[in-house]
Design a protein around this ligand. Structure first.
Ligand code: DPP
Ligand code: ZN
Length: 843
């Protein structure tokens, strides 16, 4: 299929005054009647999108339209010579039950539901399926299902029939419909102007007791968006529905958010601290889209980061305010490095605003989402908090009800602050992660910092002009005192120096405080200086980063055969002495860089990573740490024991994270005794899963896995964890065999995206197992991608990214991975989604 280009965008020649839809729901033969009132704004044909529709009738103002105008191959209907105003009507039949791709209208466990972003609506009926065509919708649903929902406000509810009206104009990708046997957990919210909003979280019968946290999170989100951004909700009801079969995390359909059930359902016994934090964050994210995405949407899909980068940035701010800002920042940096830096350094690298694609669903990426959010964080740092607030106010007033571009977004910052952002815009249009190199000159109380930025070529972009990089620094004196508080240096040239006079003794630079720009850093620094920053930096992120760098240096040296030092082991002693004051920070420091990150670091230095050597080096260092600090670990393990009933808040989560970090160390020496005891006694899933993971790593898991299964057999979400942790934590030489055996089980319901991802990504995240020298990990993944592609192209394509790092490895591994990719590429009937991914990776 043809590549789509940003440069080819043209305005749609019609506006829509109203869209009326009538659904007669049936599992295999749903009829959809549509009436769309068009008004011409420019010359041109009417072009409508439709895919997989059985078209029963088409008409304009009651006059039949020749079905020969349908171009099946292009999935388009083109009608020429139309008047300035007319009503287009269609009747189509669709088959929700056959819809295993989960795009458009489909069935999940007997419940009708929809997913229309990005281009799902064309699987429902003929429509201008593009985000810049917005309309108010009136939706009538006929069905014997007890609960019938759509966007907007309910205007008629009778047995077998419901009518919903959404007065806010929206693009088709925000359409939603749900029909099923559902129960509501209900509450209400009074908005800042005093309007009452009915809130419902809809779940299956029996799950009502698991939706309370989602509801609390929704109320906190609504309040936060009023306080932080002055944004008020704009309908009489807000509905959230939990669905078991869902390709993504959740979807912000106007007034009717549809969620993957794993991001709604939680109890202490079934969900971990991480699950709770994600539920709160994603409920916030989808709610915040009501303004950043729905009221103001994207002109075209190239602008996806306009809504996603901004909404991720907003959900990150929300979580920082609800929990610990320092912990949240460190987690976000970890995720960015693990996913986005990885993407940006390989064949799938693309700018936050791409200018071409074949399949838009392949661009819901870490670059569009997480880097999109980092770019906004830099913008805020450059214009200041007041400038940011002014720009956002202008964005909401100027663009409410519009479909916008990155140019519009940049213009509000320029107009609100008077700052020229021409160079800054490169962050949106250019791909690649800048490498920032710093050297220092010290003489007579003057410190000069010399910076250089380099950006390696990325696919299709060889020229890389310099970017604006906000570099937040501080200076720490030799005794640990801060001699320069946080200062932001604005780098705009390829090479630039900054000078600091009047310093007493030579300070240590605390560089890139708060991770002020998404760059990698190269600098000369000794282990002693890193230890000084780890002990004394006033910026929590920089303190953690200093320890992390110390660990990464140690691990990369050992993984390439060099002798180890004791610097890290000693520095961690200081962290442990202080651990009770800030348990979350201690836990973050104890989590050494993972094998994937070590591999990335080696590759960036030009050394092909050896997965087995990396695994062995990390294992050995962890054992040294466990031995050196066994007393402290035992003391803290007891000190962090629960102090009362489980609460999913930041303080409780911090204590549990430190306790589990201690358990991991203690388990290396006690043969798993504490892990077995904790697994048997813990009343919450955080500790139970943590204990189970240790038992799997030790190979002492048979009893625990059987008990876990017996207890949670009927809980899909908990069993997903059971499928995930086994390949993830198993010894690398056993993980593939284990994954293969698990895949044979009748409850490996691989058509369910959550179950599929649990098992398959459990394995691909086990670095040494996935990259096994014999290619068995690659074969396993390829076999399953081949099986899933005809059923669910979206999920298949996304999981191809496990192969995006293959060019880092040795020739044998590369050859094996390329052979399996070639096997996938050669399949007859391969989906456009997967074909695009495999082609880009092999390019
Ligand atoms: N727009 C969704 C989200 O990121 C994904 N489809 O919230
Ligand atoms: Zn989003």
């Amino acid at each position: 299929t043809a590549t789509q280009y940003l440069a080819d965008w043209r305005p749609y020649p019609f506006e829509i005054d109203e869209t009326r839809l009538e659904f007669h729901l049936h599992p295999t033969a749903t009829r959809v009647l549509s009436q769309i009132d068009f008004r011409r704004t420019a010359p041109g044909d009417l072009v409508l999108d439709g895919a997989g529709l059985r078209t029963l009738s088409l008409s304009v103002d009651g006059q039949p339209i020749d079905p020969a105008l349908i171009h099946e191959a292009d999935e388009r209907l083109t009608i020429p010579d139309l008047p300035d105003r007319f009503t287009f009507s269609a009747e189509v039949e669709i088959d929700p039950q056959a819809n295993t791709a989960l795009e458009g209208l489909y069935l999940s466990g007997g419940m009708f539901c929809t997913q229309c972003e990005a281009q799902g609506f064309r699987h429902i009926t003929w429509y201008p399926d593009r985000p810049d065509v917005m309309a108010p919708f009136r939706v009538t649903i006929h069905s014997d299902q007890p609960v019938l929902l759509s966007n907007g406000n309910p205007v008629e509810q009778a047995p077998g029939r419901a009518v919903w009206v959404d007065p806010w104009k929206k693009p088709a990708y925000l359409f939603a419909l749900v029909a099923g046997d559902l129960r509501a957990v209900s509450d209400h919210f009074t908005t800042m102007s005093g309007r009452d909003v009915a809130l419902n979280v809809w779940v299956r019968p029996g799950d009502e007791g698991r939706a309370g946290y989602a509801m609390e999170s929704l109320i906190r989100s609504m309040r936060w968006d009023e306080t932080a951004y002055g944004r008020e909700y704009d309908l009489d009801v807000f509905n959230i529905v939990a669905v078991d079969d869902f390709n993504m995390g959740a979807m912000e359909n106007k007034g009717l958010n549809i969620f993957n059930s794993k991001l709604v359902l939680a109890t202490a016994e079934t969900a971990t601290d991480g699950d709770y934090e994600r539920i709160e964050g994603v409920i916030g994210h989808e709610y915040f889209h009501n303004w950043t995405g729905n009221r103001i949407t994207c002109r075209d899909w190239f602008q996806l980061c306009l809504k996603e980068g901004l909404t991720v940035f907003r959900d990150q701010q929300f979580t920082s305010d609800m929990r610990s800002a320092a912990v949240k920042r460190i987690h976000d940096v970890q995720t960015l490095r693990a996913r986005q830096f990885r993407e940006d350094s390989g064949p799938l690298s693309h700018p936050p605003r791409p200018d071409h694609y074949q399949e838009i669903n392949n661009f819901y990426t870490a670059t569009v989402y997480e880097k999109g959010a980092e770019v906004i964080g830099m913008l805020k740092r450059l214009v200041g908090d007041d400038g940011y607030a002014k720009a956002l106010d202008l964005y909401f007033t100027r663009h409410d009800g519009q479909a916008c571009t990155i140019e519009d977004w940049i213009a509000v910052f320029q107009d609100a602050t008077g700052r020229d952002l021409t160079q800054f815009k490169r962050w949106y249009t250019d791909a690649g992660t800048p490498r920032l190199t710093m050297t220092e000159d010290w003489q007579d109380g003057t410190l000069v910092l010399n910076f250089r930025q380099d950006i390696a070529p990325t696919p299709g972009q060889s020229e890389k002009p310099p970017r604006v990089i906000p570099i937040a620094i501080g200076l720490i004196g030799p005794n640990g005192d801060e001699v320069l508080p946080t200062t932001v240096l604005e780098m705009t040239e390829a090479q630039q120096s900054f000078r600091f006079d009047g310093l007493g003794a030579r300070p240590v630079v605390s560089l890139l405080r708060g991770f002020s720009a998404p760059v990698t850093v190269t600098r000369e620094i000794t282990a002693n200086e890193q230890a000084l920053l780890l002990a004394h930096d006033s910026d929590a992120y920089a303190r953690w980063q200093a320890g992390h760098d110390l660990a990464l240096d140690e691990l990369t040296r050992r993984a390439t055969g060099a002798a180890g030092s004791r610097a890290l082991v000693q520095a961690l002693g200081g962290v442990l002495d202080d651990a009770e004051r800030d348990p979350a920070f201690a836990a973050l420091c104890l989590a050494l860089p993972g094998e994937e990150e070590i591999a990335t670091t080696l590759a960036a230095r030009g050394t092909p990573p050896d997965p087995d050597a990396i695994h062995a080096a990390r294992h050995a260092l962890l054992s040294e740490i466990a031995e050196a600090h066994q007393t402290a670990f035992a003391r803290l393990y007891e000190a962090m024991a629960p102090q009362g009933p489980y609460r999913p808040d930041a303080e409780g989560a911090a204590r549990r994270s430190l306790r589990l970090a201690c358990l991991a160390n203690l388990s290396r020496r006690d043969g798993g005794a504490r892990a077995e005891a904790l697994f048997a006694s813990a009343g919450n899933m955080t500790e139970r899963q943590g204990a189970l993971e240790q038992l799997i790593a030790l190979g002492r898991d048979a009893q625990a896995l059987a008990d876990f299964e017996a207890e949670f057999r009927d809980n899909r979400l908990v069993m997903d964890k059971w499928f995930m942790v086994q390949p993830l934590r198993a010894a690398p030489d056993q993980a593939v065999a284990r994954a293969r055996a698990l895949a044979q089980r009748p409850d490996f319901d691989w058509k369910n995206p959550n179950r599929f991802r649990s098992l398959i990504s459990g394995l691909t995240a086990n670095h040494a197992a996935f990259h096994a020298a014999d290619g068995s990990g690659y074969d396993f993944l390829a076999d399953w991608l081949i099986r899933l592609d005809p059923v669910n192209p979206q999920t298949t394509a996304r999981m191809c990214s496990a192969f995006e790092t293959i060019s880092r490895y040795d020739a044998t591994r590369q050859a094996r991975a390329k052979a399996v990719l070639a096997r996938i590429a050669a399949l007859p009937g391969l989906s456009r989604n997967t074909a695009e991914m495999v082609t880009r990776i092999l390019a």
